[in-house]
Design a binder for this molecule. Sequence first.
Ligand code: ATP
Length: 915
Amino acid sequence: MRLDEVFGAFGTSPRGLSSQEADARRERYGPNELPQPRRKGLWRRFAAQFTDLFALVLLAASALTFLAYGLQDPRDVGNLQLAFAILGVVVLNAVIGFFQEYSAERTSQTLQAMVPHTSRVLRDGERLELPSGALVPGDLVVLEAGDAVSADCRVVEAHSLSVNNAPLTGESAAVGRVSDPTGTTTALESRNCVFMGTTVVAGSGKAVVHATGAATEFGRIFRLTDQAPQQRTPLQREVAVMARRVAALAVAIGAGMFALRLQTGQPLVSAFVFALGVMVALVPEGLPATLSVSLAIGVRRMARRQALVKRLLAVEALGSTTVICTDKTGTLTQAEMTVTQVWSEGAWHAVSGVGYAPVGEVADAQAVRDLLRTAVLCTDARLVPPSDAESWRVLGDTTEGALLVAAAKAGLDPAAEKDAAPRIGEFPFDPVRKLMSTVHRTAEGDVLCVKGAPQELLARCTHLRANEVEQPLTGELRKSVADANDTMAGRGLRVLGVAVRPVDAVPGSMEQAESGLTFLGLLGMLDPPRPEVSEAVRACRRAGIRIVMLTGDHPLTAEAIARRVGIVTGPSPTVVTGSRLNAMNAAALDALLAADGQLLLCRVSPEHKMRVVAALQERGEVVAVTGDGANDAPALKHADIGVSMGAGGTDVAREASVMVLLDDSFASITAAVELGRSVYRNIRKFLAYLFSHNIAELAPILAAAFAGFPLVPLTAVQILAIDLGSDVLPALALGAEPPEADTMERPPRSRRERLFSAELVRRFLFLGAVMSLGVCAVFFWQVHRSGIPYADFTADDPAYRKAITLTQAAIVVGQFFNALAVRTDRQSIFAAGLFSNPRLIAAGCFGIGLMAAISYAPPLQEVFHTAPLALADWAVLTAFGVLLLAAEEARKWWVRRTPATIEKAAVEKEKEATP
Ligand code: ATP
C-alpha cells in the first residue's frame, strides 16, 4: 500500500485524526487496553492459606486433640474446647493472612497503574502527549528511541527506525523498519509495521495505528491468564526457612516433652496436652503475614515519597545501598533549561528571561539569528502556550525546548521556520555520538543542520561562520571555541554547539553527513539544581553512601553542578571522561573506583555506565543507578536497584528498572533508601518482639516441669490467645514504625549480614529472659501464697486458676512494655516519644483489654480456666513491665556509650567534610 492509500484506508491524514473523530472512534473501538488477566478465585486463594506450614502443624494438633477427647474416658470438655480453639486459630490466621495478601496485591496493582504510559500523537496537526489507553485506530503516533509501542501500527515515516520485537517473536536483535510498501502478507513479517508490546531501539518515525487493545497481535497471541506471582525476596525466603526450622524445633521439643511426661507416669492425654502447649508456644504463627505487611507498608510509604517500587526485592536492596550512581540532568537539576548566553565568533550575546515563556531578549539578536534558526530546525520539541492551570511548557526534550524559547526571544517564529524549511531527512540524537542532524529543503537548496556536544561537533567542522563571513577553522579559532565552551561550562551551563552544511540530497550515511561542517556558534543553558538535592546529598554522606555522578555533559559543567549540590566539596575531585574510561582496563577501573574521594564521570555513554555499575558490583558494592534513555536499560537491569524517571524518562528505561521516581528527583532516592533501611529494622523489631515472648511462654512451662509442679502454668488455649489475640496487632504496628531518627546516621547494612544476626538473637534472648523472670515469679508467688503443696493442686483449684491467669496476664502486660522497648535499637524510647506510634499503643491496649475480658468475663473464664485478678495483681504486673523497659533502657544506654563511639567518629568525620 502506498502512503496516501494508507492514510485513506485508515481515514486519517498526515495531520492525524481530528479530535472529534478520535472521540467517535474511541466510542466505537473502546480504550486501547488489554482485558484484565483472570486471577485465581478468592476462595481458592483463601483455601491456599490452609496449606501454609504452620496451619498444617496446627491442624494436625487440633485433629490429635479431637482424637484425645474421643478416646478419653470420662471425656474432658476442656480438650474439646482446646481442639476447637486451635481450629479457630487456624481459621483466624488464614483470614488475617488472606486479607494481608490481598491488600499487598492491591498495593502493587495501584503502584503499577501509577507508572506513566503515554504516547505522542498528532491530532488536528498538533503534537499531543496522551495516555496510551486513549489511542484509537487511525491515530498518527510519533515514535522515538526508547518508546514503548502501544498499539499495532503501519509505519508512514522512518528515520533509521529500528525496533525490538522480542516480546512477540522472541528474537531480541533490533530490526529495521521502513515506510515503503513490502510484499509480505503476514503482519508480523512486514517491515513496515510496529506492534504493541515492542520497543523503539533507535531512530524515529511516525506510524498510523491499525489495531488497538485486544485486537493487536499482542492481545491475540497472549492469552494472559494467571499473573506470574511476585517472586519471594531473599528476606522472605530467609524468614520462611527460619520459620520452618522453628516449627520443626517446636515439634521436636513438644515430642520430647511428651515422652518425658509419659515416662514420669503422667496420663497420656495430659502429657499430650502439655506437649501441645510447648509446641504451640514456640510456633511463630503470625510471622509470614507480618513480614509481607511490613514490606507492603514500606512500598506504600515509598510511593508517597515519589518512589514507585515495582518489586519488593528493591525494598531490601535499598536498605543496603552503598553507592548511588546518578546522572545530572533532571535528577540533580530541574531540567528546566533556559538559554542564557549565545556565543558566536568574537561575541557574547546575553539572553534575558527565565523559564519557557518566550519573554526576554537576545542582545544583538540579528548576529545570531542564523545560528538560532539552524538550532530550531534541528529540534523535535514543541513549545506549548499556557493553558488555564499551567504556564508555558515543552513537549519533548527540554534542551530543545530551551532553543525554541531563545529563538523566539530573538524574534523568530519557530513553527514558521520549520514550515518554511520542511525536514526531508534526519539522523536522530544518540547519547554515544552526542549529536543530532536534520536535512531541510529551503529556497536556497537543501541544508544539513547539526547540533550537539561542542567537542564532538567541532571535531567534524572544517569552517566557521560568523556575521555571514565564512573562514577556515584554524587552530586558533578552534581554541577560541573551546575557551568559550569552558567559560560557560565552568559556570555550570550546559553547552550545545550548532553547525550547518549545504547538501545536494539526503546524505546516505551519518558519517558522510556529519563531516566538513561549518560551525556557527555555542548556546549556554542554565539548568538550576533542584533545591532539595543538597540536603539529600548530605544525608547520603552521613549514611555512608557514596555518590558517583555519571553524565554525558562537559566535565566543567558537571563539576559546577556537583559543587552546587554538595557532591563535590574538596578542592580537587577526580574527574574522568568517557574517552579515558575507554583506555582503562578492568584493573585500572577497579583502582579508580577503589580510591576514596569524590568521583565525577563525564562525557560518558550508557555503555560506560554499564561498565562502571558492573565494576562497582564486582567490588561488592550494592549499586543504585539512575537512567532515563533507551540505552540505559542494560545498566538499569544489571544494577541492584535500577532507578528510572517517571516524568522525563523513556518507557524502555521504566521497563528495565525496579524503581520509578515520579518526580525524577535524586532526593526521592534518598528517601527510598531511608525507608528501605527502616523496613529492615522494623522487621528485626517485630522478630525481637515475637521471639522474646515465645521464650517467656516456654520458660514457665519448663520451670514448672523442673520444679515438679504437676500442672502447666500456661495452657495451650492461653498461649493461642496470646499469640493470636494480643500479639498480632502490636507486631503489625511495629512493622509500620516510622524511620528512627538515626536511620541515615549509620553506615549501610552489609550485604552479607543475615536477618538473624547475633545482635538480634542476643536482643530477644535478653528481653525473653527478663520477661521470663517476671512471668515465673508471679506464677510461683501465687502458688506459694496459696499454701497448697504442689502435689495437691488440681486443674479446678481456684488458686491454680488464679496462678495461670497471672502467668498469661504477665506475658500480655510484659509484651506491652516489650513492644515499646523494641521500638528503638539504641535511642532511648523516651527520646523517640513514648506515644509516637499511636497504633502500637492502641494495639497494646487492645491486648490488655482482651486479657481483662479473659480474666473477668464468665464465659471466657470457662474456656480459659481463668480467675479474676485483683487491682494489686495488675500493679505487680505493671511493675514487672516497667522493670523490663528499664532494663532495655539501660542496655541501650550502654550500647550508645560503647561501640557506637567508633561509628560516631566516622559520622563526625563525614560531617566535617560537609561544608
Ligand atoms: P545526564 O546524563 O546528566 O542527564 P546529559 O543529559 O548531558 O547528562 P545526554 O542526554 O547523554 O546526557 O547528552 C549528552 C550530550 O549530548 C549533552 O551534554 C549535550 O551536549 C548533547 N545533547 C543532549 N541533548 C541533545 C539533543 N537533543 N540534540 C543534540 N545534542 C544533545
